[in-house]
Design a protein around this ligand. Structure first.
Ligand code: SF4
Ligand code: SF4
Ligand code: SF4
Length: 315
């Protein structure tokens, strides 16, 4: 991990010194244990601020949207994939971005950590030898790191960025995981039970839109939920209004979602938003053999029309 961190700093320093970019977007240490925060470096001497670890969880592609200057960005596999989608959709100018790709070993899920703390305050945390040590007033707990890995990372097959300009560190082996196993139980339920499940889950939603704000693919200048002329649906958190928000959002990210998990991590109500988007990802894979963000050339299924498409859905 330290090798990757040094390698990121070297790459950033070179890019800034050679004036290939005006700015590096990466991560720096946060003020709380197990936290990092997005960091913006515009001087070569400041690259020492950049860190790389299991807590670099923000999807930084969000910070590239509409930027005018040349930017170098640190990217995990899922970040690079969302950058690829945004480049394809002309929201990010490839000529202005240098992707500093980094191999990812999976992120720590703070919600899983919190669940082990039983309300106690975490004052210090260290990760070493695949173990995580949590310390606070009067307690010290040690767990295997694997117990805290984000669910999106447990099913990830693209830890190495599929597109990059500079690669830092060494590539990690990609895991042969069951990408869609986690939605199998839900899929097996009858439609009525699935509907009840979603009603129960989404009834918790407080319409804070944190899931939209963190998603690199939610970039509309005016989101349909904020429009007032016309008002598409109510601003309340009545289930019918909430459901429309989530249904439309699911359609918007279908075939584009890279399963970075940022939406689920951001949700203050612990709603498993990945459940819905994972299903749309599966449909895209099964029907069109398409996985979002792996290429800058392949046209996404929802971006083209074929005269011989089966159209069985309108029969
Ligand atoms: S989804 Fe993959 S690339 Fe993204 S943070 Fe998790 S393991 Fe890393
Ligand atoms: S919908 Fe969620 S998992 Fe998919 S790209 Fe957006 S934030 Fe990431
Ligand atoms: S982050 Fe959670 S609570 Fe907020 S709008 Fe999204 S689903 Fe609802």
């Amino acid at each position: 991990m330290h090798n990757v961190e040094n390698s990121i700093r070297e790459a950033a320093k070179k890019l800034l010194s050679e004036k290939k970019v005006d700015l590096i977007v990466g991560y720096e240490r946060g003020t709380l244990p197990l936290r990092t925060t997005p960091c913006f470096v515009d001087k070569a001497e400041d690259v020492r601020k950049l860190v790389w670890n299991e807590n670099c969880d923000a999807n930084l592609s969000k910070y590239l949207l509409s930027r005018k200057e040349n930017v170098g960005v640190v990217a995990k596999g899922c970040d690079a994939r969302s950058i690829a989608v945004c480049i394809f959709e002309k929201q990010i100018d490839k000529e202005k971005v240098v992707i500093i790709g980094a191999p990812c070993l999976g992120l720590i899920d703070k919600k899983k950590v919190k669940a082990k703390l039983d309300g106690r305050e975490l004052l210090e945390a260290t990760i070493e030898d695949e173990q995580i040590r949590l310390k606070g007033e009067g307690f010290e707990l040690v767990f295997p790191k694997k117990d805290f890995i984000c669910n999106s990372c447990l099913t990830c097959r693209h830890r190495n960025p599929p597109i990059y300009d500079v690669f830092t560190g060494e590539k990690v082996s990609e895991a042969e995981v069951d990408e869609f196993g986690e939605i199998a139980d839900l899929e097996a339920k009858p439609a009525k039970e699935r509907w009840e499940h979603f009603k129960e889950e989404l009834d918790k939603c407080i319409r804070c839109y944190a899931c939209r704000e963190v998603c690199p693919l939610c970039y509309c200048k005016t989101c349909f939920v904020d429009q007032t002329m016309p008002i598409w649906f109510g601003k309340t958190n009545d289930l019918s209004d909430t459901m429309i928000y989530h249904l439309v959002r699911a359609f918007h990210v279908a075939g584009r979602c890279v399963d970075c998990g940022a939406c689920s991590r951001a949700c203050p109500m612990n709603i498993n938003l990945r459940e819905v988007v994972k299903k749309t990802e599966k449909i895209m894979k099964e029907r069109y053999d398409y996985t979002a963000g792996l290429s800058l050339e392949k046209i996404p299924p929802l971006g083209e029309f074929k005269i011989d498409d089966s159209q069985e859905f309108i029969k």
